[in-house]
Design a protein. Sequence first.
Length: 167
Amino acid sequence: MPGAPQRRSHDYRRFGTADLFAALDAASGKVISAMAARHRSEEFRKFLNLIDKEVPEGLDVHVVLDNSSIHKSAMIQRWLARHRRFSFHFTPTYSSWMNLVERWFSELTTKWIRRGTHRSTKELTDSIEAWIHHWNRNPRPFVWRKTADEILDNLTTYLQRIPNSGH
């Protein structure tokens, strides 16, 4: 409730899991999403087909991905060969912070999932889909507030304080 402090239970219970695939339009902030019960190449291919339908023809689609094996499977490589407007870009290991959709996942987690009570997988997926619908009614892009040089300078300063970091 507005004005009430956020609360958490001491006895977290898991009622199931759901897999959320999300594509963030970096320019508009709009999200294309799909929920799945499993996290396999087959579900990822279906999600890519959804993106292909949603993004207007004639536009190139650049997809930033982590190094998950489902993104590199033979099935996905065949799909990619048939869909020439798609380009995959893989983030280095431990660099998911570079992927703006991860920032969106953080919004979803901190502002919705952690504050909700979901007693079943269906409640969870319905809740996530409602939040995505709400988000897409008024999407907003994420904007880097610092330059690359500022980020690298901060990282350099941080690494110099860590003993034996090699920097």
